[in-house]
Design a protein around this ligand. Structure first.
Ligand code: ARG
Ligand code: ZN
Length: 878
């Protein structure tokens, strides 16, 4: 077991910086292996810092060339330097200028943090602590500086030079083959928002006029030749800018907004001021290469990074414990944007599906942590579903509790007060407390307490008194570091539904005019009066709080909700609840009567039938069963993934047979004519049609195979082509292998399409898959150094393939461990991410559990683990 206790950073230890950096002049001379960086820092002691403190600048793998103070070169006795820090014990007590020269090797930078190269181009990633890999610095988000960046490079190799802010100068360097550009960003910013790009890039652009009439040049830079694939992203950017003006009154604040797409990127994208850098999979799209889902992701992530300009950049974070202040809030904002641009109910269901699959899973695992963590060893391991998605749910609950108008007033006050500052969660909540006069201290517990609350509800109807009482109880399970839990302030949006679907005129004085009851005690009861008949309760409408509800409604009553609830989320939830109950029974050997499955399947047929034409996207969600991972999470202990797989296959077969006529009709009638368009309505038709194909194939493999082969050959877009290939991967045999081979050949020069091809194969729930994955690692397009390739092949195997990753012989676990260790030598962030696939190990049955534990222990024993992997492995074993 590793004994190394790498330094732990604690929220309670926060101290303001002892020094401030008001201005930064960077001079960067790009070179593949010997890039020179001269940083001139205009500094002064911080009046809020300690007056006797030494100056300690952060560094990582730094190669120092020279350092001078107020223009005088320092002698070796006057400072102390290591690759990790630069210390000046006797720093001046008045303003001073420190000049530091360092040399970097961007080509050798495989961590993809700091300055690195991707497809030959230069780019940077500085969040969270990458700037210290470029120069020594006070690399913390509460040190805000105005940056001037001069970038110089070879004119032919690196024609495009981009920096933060506005370009103020550019030109060639006489008598050489080099050129330069100077960028100035007037907005003070922390170092994590710094960026530069240099390379050979194609460009698309358009002009945007802001609400106050200023002209902004929007541009997206991509690999030359792929310019037309950036049109959709550019359009999404323009729509995002318009939306933020309309909904939040937020205007853009520079003359240019640049986005650069790169092929090697650890995360989705990065909101550097005026120069967003994106994983190219979230920029590039064409009907031939991208699916409807890809288009939706591009729209959401373009919006997310743009919205950071106010929530993250203008108002930034005091320290990394406040990460949710920008991330949770910005996810909330991008979700609202997508809901407005598409179908709100459909989008809400998609949000909740991801929340449950990723955040609820994390919250019940050894890696559970509060939305605002209180300590970390490696901050990169806290860019999690909890910080992002649960963080967004907290903002949504706040809005549900105080209402739309007060929410907007609170946001305005937050921006007004905190603009230009590095803020904390308290500053955010205070704005809403001040505009509403409410005490939000109990609500604040959502940021502090980890674990998913469980809410148990029982209903009691009194026909004589015509009252209906709901008894509620809440509890939150223990999580690492938090054995005992307090009650949470849970907004329950609710209503009553009559068995025949008619509206009920019941009332309850504990429920506000928006239909919300604030449940903030361990137990409580509320009573409705004037209830004419036995109702079915519809609770947590729109998923009003991130909790698990236990309410034992019989299937018939759930099907009443599926049919009649006015809340679309709960209509979908009702079908999921019935499906989940049946799947859990089938998986755990509880007898299920045939009639129960038939009744469910009949309800699905008639529901889909009624909605197929008007809202096919919604109908597609309703006919899609919970995933195998969802079922495993619901079972929660002694999980047997093989049993779950058999149960789910059986259910798909039964529903496919039961609904065959309807499904065939959807498949025939929901075709989309005309050229491909990624709009929500067309995407919805494709979604239901392809979901129908999947169920038809489950019911009758021969028919399914024939339909899928025909669709694969005739499809005019990637959504339909990939859907048919996906169906074929569920049908073993020569036809499948032939289809896979042809698809791989057709797209051999399209890495982002090959990623989808890797993913489909890695997810095949058959014994040969591990060998297949190993063989695909030899594919010319695969590279262990490229995060997209690794995630699509290895990550998908570990996260999507329940039966093969969790093989009873432990081979899936051993394989993942070997890849994690290999990846860790190149890119610790990527390795640590992959390793989180083990977070479910404790819920497996004992054979698998002991294999997983053994594998985790063997990783923990390896010498020279990165801090990233060391942290995940040790927490996973706690
Ligand atoms: N702030 C980025 C976002 O928009 C995430 C960047 C995180 N990068 C990292 N290396 N931890 O969500
Ligand atoms: Zn973000």
């Amino acid at each position: 077991m590793r004994t190394d206790t790498a330094q732990i950073v604690r929220l309670e230890d926060y101290q303001p910086s002892d020094f401030l950096i008001d201005r930064v002049e960077l001079d960067v001379r790009l070179h593949p292996t010997e890039t020179r960086v001269t940083a001139t820092l205009v500094m002064r002691p911080n009046p809020e810092g300690r007056s006797d403190a030494p100056l300690v600048l952060d560094g990582e793998e730094m190669n120092l060339k020279a350092v001078s103070l107020n223009g005088r070169t320092l002698t070796a006795e006057e400072f102390e330097a290591s690759p990790q820090s630069l210390t000046i014990a006797q720093a001046p007590r008045q303003p001073f200028t420190l000049t530091v020269e360092t040399e970097l090797n961007p080509t050798a930078n495989t961590k993809l943090m700091g300055l690195y190269r991707s497809s030959g181009n230069y780019c940077t990633q500085c969040e969270a602590e990458g700037f210290r890999r470029i120069t020594y610095f006070l690399d913390r988000p509460d040190v805000l500086s105005v940056y001037n960046t001069r970038i110089e490079a070879d004119r032919d190799d690196v024609p495009v030079l981009l920096g933060n802010g506005n370009r103020i100068e550019s030109g060639s360097i006489d008598g050489s083959d080099r050129h330069y550009a100077v960028w100035h960003d007037p907005h003070p910013k922390p170092s994590y928002l710094f960026a530069l790009v240099g390379g050979r890039l194609g460009r698309v652009s358009k002009t945007f006029t802001t609400m106050s009439g200023r002209e902004v040049e929007l541009a997206i830079y991509v690999e030359p030749g792929k310019e037309d694939r950036a049109d959709y992203a550019l359009d999404a950017l323009e729509r995002s800018m318009r939306w933020d003006e309309k909904i939040f009154g937020r205007e853009y604040d520079l003359d240019v907004f640049n986005i650069v797409a790169v092929s090697d990127f650890n995360m989705g994208a990065m909101e550097n001021k005026g120069l967003n850098i994106f994983n190219d999979k979230y920029v590039l799209a064409s009907p031939e290469t991208a699916t409807d889902t890809d288009y939706a992701h591009i729209e959401a992530i373009i919006a997310h990074e743009y919205f950071h300009n106010w929530t993250g950049n203008r108002v930034t974070c005091r320290d990394w414990f406040q990460l949710c202040l920008k991330e949770g809030l910005t996810v909330f904002r991008d979700q609202e944007f997508s809901s407005d641009e598409r179908s709100r109910p459909v989008h809400r269901i998609a949000e909740v599906k991801t929340l449950r699959a990723r955040q609820f899973l994390e919250d019940s695992s050894p890696l559970a942590h509060p939305v605002r963590p209180t300590q970390y060893r490696e901050i990169n391991n806290f860019y999690t579903a909890t910080v992002y998605e649960k963080g967004a749910e907290i903002v949504r609950m706040l809005k549900t509790i105080i209402g739309d108008d007060d929410f907007r007033r609170g946001m305005d006050l937050y921006f007004e007060r905190c603009d230009g500052t590095a803020a904390a969660v308290e500053d955010f909540l205070r704005a809403f407390a001040d505009v509403t006069g409410r005490d939000l201290s109990h609500f604040a517990r959502w940021y502090e307490q980890s674990g998913t609350p469980r809410v148990k509800v029982k209903g009691h109807y009194d026909p004589d008194a015509r009252t209906y009482r709901l008894d509620l109880a809440q509890s939150t399970p223990p999580t690492p570091g938090q054995a005992k839990k307090e009650a949470m302030a849970i907004p329950v949006a609710l209503g009553l539904v009559a068995h025949d679907g008619s509206a009920m005129s019941a009332s309850c004085d504990r429920v506000d005019q928006r239909g919300v009851f604030l449940f903030d005690k361990p137990e409580d009861s509320i009573t409705f009066t004037g209830v004419a008949s036995l109702p079915v309760p519809s609770l947590f409408r729109g998923f009003s709080a991130p909790v698990k509800l236990s309410l034992d409604l019989p299937n018939e009553e759930l099907l009443v909700l599926l049919r009649h609830d006015t809340d679309s989320f709960n209509r979908w939830q009702a079908a999921q609840s019935v499906a989940m109950r049946l799947l859990v029974y089938l998986s755990t050997g509880v007898e299920v009567a045939d009639e129960d499955i038939d009744a469910f399947s009949a309800a699905l047929c008639s529901f889909t039938d009624r909605n197929a034409q008007d809202d096919p996207a919604f109908a597609a969600l309703v006919v899609t069963l919970p995933s195998e991972a969802d079922v495993a999470q619901e079972i929660g202990q002694d999980v047997d993934p093989d049993a779950i797989h058999r149960a789910r296959s059986e259910m798909r077969r039964r529903i496919g047979q039961g609904c065959a006529k309807h499904l065939q009709r959807f498949y025939e009638t929901l075709t989309v004519s005309g050229p491909y368009s990624p709009d929500a309505a067309s995407a919805g038709r494709r979604a239901l049609r392809n979901a129908s194909l999947d169920l038809l194939a489950a019911a009758d493999p021969d028919t399914g195979e024939a339909l899928a082969v025909r669709q694969l050959e005739s499809a005019s877009n990637m959504t339909d082509r990939l859907a048919s290939l996906s169906v074929l991967t569920t049908l073993p045999g020569a036809v499948r292998e032939e289809a896979i081979a042809r698809f791989g050949d057709r797209y051999r020069n399209e890495p982002l399409v090959l990623d989808k091809w890797f993913t489909l194969q890695a997810a095949i729930p058959e014994d040969g898959t591990l060998e297949r994955v190993k063989a695909l690692m030899q594919h010319p397009a695969f590279s262990i150094a490229n995060p997209n390739r690794v995630r699509s092949l290895i990550g998908s195997f570990a996260m999507l393939n329940q039966v093969q990753f969790n093989r009873a012989d432990g081979a899936g676990y051993r394989f993942l461990a070997s890849i994690v260790l290999r990846a860790d030598e190149l890119n610790p962030q990527l390795a640590a991410r992959l390793l989180t696939a083990f977070s479910t190990w404790r819920m497996m049955e004992s054979t698998r559990r002991s294999h997983a534990e053994q594998v985790l222990r063997s990783i923990a024993q390896k010498p020279n683990l990165s801090r990233d992997v060391g942290d995940i492995v040790s927490r996973s074993l706690e």
